[in-house]
Ligand binder design. Structure first.
Ligand code: GLC
Length: 549
């Protein structure tokens, strides 16, 4: 069971500010827009907002490239707006968790401007500079956003490391002055009263010597470097442990064993991590995420079940289907081909995730069953990752034809998650009276909050119910997890146990009726289902039902 902590009982809602609500008509979401929707979030019942970055930024990667960690991006408003948002959220009992992006800064951050100015500048060593190797980059390391991870800088004739875009130089965490600067900045926000941090690519902050060696080698490993736990323990001692806050680390490349350290129950590092194994199961060996490959339920179940049982009693899970980097869950794991199937499968996915053990995260619009958006050409796209991948896979390596790549972008591109939040059926989905920075998904006429809030049968009302159940039944928060029928290709059936009670979750990940196996026998009290009437002998298409006995 483990310790009782507020972030275990919470449901977290992620806001991607640029696309949430525009209050000025600029076409960009903003903080005042968020304030105007706090009552909506209160009604939904969430406890915590995770706010994607709102700091000063040239927006090469939509705010994940920060040029001033202690200033608000004027695009989103002012520090006064931020303070107002925080206090208005707190008045409603909603906590705010910010994004901490400190693996890298923007190349426009004053630290980097100084660092690149000369080889002997005091901030030179705040970033990772190397000589070239044989007239090329120091080694063959690739950036997560395609191409070499090294950028040559004319002025001082050395290369700097950027694991992401070249406008996102990596900070040198081995330098104690860098760590102290980060800790000071974290305190600035905690002292304002924020309730935690989601830590961007935190598993990448410590670099392996081979990764950054100027030896022409492969440079391959970028996750879980040699000092990452040491640095997080230090951060915990110096900063985190002094506040009643929560932390979640974005931990690409993390294994279950590693996660037991990052999110250990003793609380010496972080409270939980995001792992990405389950959203990597439909990748292709050659083209990575740029593929139309559909996942297999068996793999999905296997991965998430292993995380559930692997962390039991040792560390805490975070649960998510999508976020601002993933395509829309209903389009990827469910079926958005008809209105009926979309609603049914969006609700089933919600049941499946919210009944597992861990803290559930809802990405803005997921509670409406928002879908992927039609992407027909690169003109529909805004994301630097997409443009870089196009250049590499289509233009340079020619592994994918333009048509194949476009289809893959439409299925997997991050812009799917970044179209405006669909508030109502008015112009631009009620997101903005101006021209949105990225067009709204045309299906906002049918899929929008205004319609769903008042409809007791909507996806929104269903999420509301699931969130309420979490508050009523401790087994949902604390029960252990047991998967049944692990090899079944269409059913995901699992049990949770706590205080003599059993919670049984039965999910059909297919559009077919399935005769009911004994493991999924309907007994006890039906807590929630996405069907009004169920069958004793069959599990209905995309059914998601939960029983308590
Ligand atoms: C994380 C963010 C992503 C960003 C990247 C670089 O993965 O979630 O949006 O592009 O880090 O900061």
């Amino acid at each position: 069971m483990g310790k009782k902590e507020w972030w275990k009982e919470a449901v977290i809602y992620q806001i991607y500010p640029r696309s949430f609500k525009d209050s000025t008509g600029s076409g960009e979401g903003d903080l005042k827009g968020i304030i105007s929707k706090l009552d909506y979030l209160k009604d939904l019942g969430i406890d915590v907002i995770w706010l994607s970055p709102v700091y000063a930024s040239p927006m090469v990667d939509n705010g994940y490239d920060i040029s001033n960690y202690e200033a608000i991006n004027p695009l989103f408003g002012s520090m006064a707006d931020f303070d107002e948002m925080l206090s208005e959220a707190h008045k409603r009992g909603i906590k705010i968790v910010m994004d901490l992006v400190v693996n890298h800064s923007s190349d426009e951050h004053p630290w980097f401007i100084e660092s690149r100015s000369s080889r002997d500048n005091p901030k030179r060593d705040w970033y990772i500079w190397r000589d070239g190797f044989n007239g090329g980059p120091p080694n063959q390391l690739r950036s997560v956003f395609s191409g070499s991870a090294w950028q040559f800088d004319e002025k001082t004739a050395q290369y700097y490391l950027h694991l992401f875009a070249s406008a996102q130089p990596d900070l040198n965490w081995d330098n104690p002055a860098v760590r102290d600067a980060v800790y000071r900045m974290m305190k600035f926000w905690f002292d304002k009263g924020i309730d935690g941090f989601r830590m961007d690519v935190i598993s990448m902050i410590s670099k392996f010597p081979a990764t950054v060696a100027a030896d022409g080698g492969k440079g391959a490993n970028i996750c879980n470097g040699p000092h990452v736990h040491e640095y997080l323990e230090e951060m915990n001692k110096k900063v985190l442990s002094h506040y009643d806050i929560m932390t979640v680390g974005e931990a690409a490349g993390v294994t279950i064993d590693e996660a037991k350290r990052y999110a250990n129950a003793e609380g010496t590092e972080l409270n939980m991590v995001f792992q990405f194994e389950h959203v990597g199961i439909d990748e292709d060996a050659e083209t990575g995420k740029w593929t139309l490959k559909r996942y297999r339920l068996r793999d999905l179940k296997k991965v998430l079940s292993a995380w559930e049982t692997g962390l039991e009693g040792k560390a805490w899970n975070s649960l998510f289907w999508d976020n601002h980097d993933q395509p829309r869950a209903v389009s990827r794991f469910g079926d958005d081909s008809t209105e009926e199937l979309r609603q049914r499968s969006a609700k089933m996915l919600a049941v499946c995730l919210h009944m597992m053990k861990g803290t559930p995260y809802i990405y803005q619009g997921e509670e409406l069953g928002m879908t992927n958006t039609p992407i027909r050409s690169l003109e529909d796209c805004r994301d630097v990752e997409i443009f870089n991948a196009w250049k590499e896979l289509v233009e340079e390596k020619k592994i994918l034809s333009p048509a194949e790549m476009l289809a893959a972008i439409a299925a997997r591109g991050r812009d799917n998650a970044r179209t405006p939040m669909q508030w109502d059926d008015s112009l631009n989905a009620g997101f903005s009276t101006g021209k949105p920075w990225i067009p709204a998904n045309p299906n906002y006429k049918t899929i929008n909050a205004a319609a769903q809030v008042k409809d007791p049968a909507s996806v929104y009302s269903f999420y509301k119910k699931l969130i309420r159940l979490r508050k009523e039944y401790p087994v949902i928060v604390h029960g252990d997890y047991e998967v049944l029928l692990p090899d079944d290709e269409r059913l995901w059936v699992y049990r949770r146990h706590y205080g003599g009670k059993t919670l049984l979750t039965v999910c059909n990940f297919s559009g077919k009726k399935i005769s009911r196996p004994s493991e999924a026998k309907a007994e006890g009290k039906l807590l929630v289902s996405n069907y009004d009437s169920l069958s004793a002998s069959e599990i209905l298409p995309w059914e998601g039902s939960v029983y308590l006995f």
